[in-house]
Design a protein around this ligand. Structure first.
Ligand code: PBG
Length: 335
């Protein structure tokens, strides 16, 4: 009879008995270099606006960006993702403010690149903050989202942000074929080193609500959904097809979004493809946890590290999270 795996020869608790051995055998670990901090920006000066559904995350005016950037760099966070709060009078059906060279995002990119060139800048390619209807793409008179016409606008937007100095363009629109078209445009515009982070497995989710509050698209979108372009949450094979296509079209990194309810997708993507896979712990996941912390139903610091480490264990190489600063601080103080 084999003794392998049999009590008392095998006692897994031996390794767990002391702190030194627990630490030595840790598999996935979370570092501040794994984190990306999303920032909501708006016009104006000396302004911070709280967002009720995102406690602890403010929209900030451009002049407040440098202090956020400095904090990220101090904590070892490699990159930030910039999202705009666009004034209602600049929103149009075609979202043309999205490729205004003097718009909010290009101004933010230039400001940050000038002062903090080492901080990675990620910007979304999608129209929802800029459109009167709150959809990520162009809409025809029947309410259909137009794929190919949308891509032309996304290409303008991607070139606008890349020209302003964005390091990473992150198409979050889920139109078919947009990665290839954006890659083509970057190549032929002498922007061949601009990275593309494809929101490849982006599900039509109820967890985006607080984000839509933060960018001001909750009212413009109304009760309409995004099911005709974002993935059905019942499907994982289709998510893998999306990832495969985006890799073929020239993505440098891919993303799964949301995070916590989609860890199986993170795992499946990282097992199947040899490409860095990012995960977005989205606004609703953050809001849900914050509500539990506020009620003292969960203990904040340890819970945040546990959840974020779960993404690493599933195979993610980086995590977009509104907890980035808090998590980096607790990692730093534990070191
Ligand atoms: C826009 C976009 C969304 C998010 C990131 N980019 C919302 C959406 O698709 O409706 C969600 C991020 C979050 O919820 O934190 N295309």
């Amino acid at each position: 009879m084999s003794i392998i795996g049999k009590y008392p020869y095998t006692r897994l608790r031996r390794l767990r008995a002391k702190d030194f051995s627990r630490r030595l055998v840790q598999e996935a670990t979370l570092h501040s270099k794994d984190l990306i901090y999303p920032i909501f920006i708006m016009e104006g000066e000396k302004k911070s606006e709280s967002v009720a559904s995102l406690p602890g995350v403010d929209r900030v005016s451009l002049d407040r960006l440098p202090s956020v950037a400095e904090e990220c760099l101090k904590l070892g966070i490699p990159a930030v993702a910039l999202f705009p709060y666009i004034e209602r009078n600049l929103k149009t059906d075609d979202g043309r403010e999205s490729w205004n060279d003097n718009g909010l995002i290009p101004k933010a990119i230039k400001l940050l690149k000038r002062n903090y060139p080492e901080l990675g800048l990620i910007t979304d390619a999608a129209l929802d903050p800029y459109t009167t209807h709150g959809q990520d793409g162009l809409v025809n008179e029947h309410g259909e989202i137009l794929n190919d016409e949308t891509i032309e606008v996304l290409v303008n937007q991607a070139l606008c942000y890349a020209n302003a100095g964005a390091d990473v363009i992150a198409p979050s629109d889920m139109m078919d074929g947009r990665i290839g078209k954006i890659r083509d445009a970057l190549e032929s515009s002498n922007l061949k080193n601009t990275l593309i982070l494809a929101y490849s497995a982006k599900f039509a989710s109820s967890f985006y609500g607080p984000f839509r509050d933060a960018v001001g698209s909750t009212n413009t979108l109304g009760v309409k959904g995004k099911e005709t372009y974002q993935l059905d949450f019942c499907n994982s094979k289709e998510a893998l097809r999306e990832v495969g296509l985006d890799i073929e079209e020239g993505a440098d990194m891919v993303m799964v979004k949301p995070g916590m309810p989609y860890l199986d997708i993170v795992k499946a993507v990282t097992e199947k493809y040899e490409i860095p896979t990012f995960v977005y712990q989205v606004s609703g996941e953050y809001a849900m946890l914050k509500a539990a912390f506020a009620n003292r139903w969960l203990v904040e610091e340890k819970t945040v590290i546990e959840v974020l480490t779960g993404f690493k264990r599933a195979g993610a190489s980086a995590i977009l999270t509104y907890f980035a600063l808090d998590a980096a601080r607790s990692i730093q103080s534990a070191a």
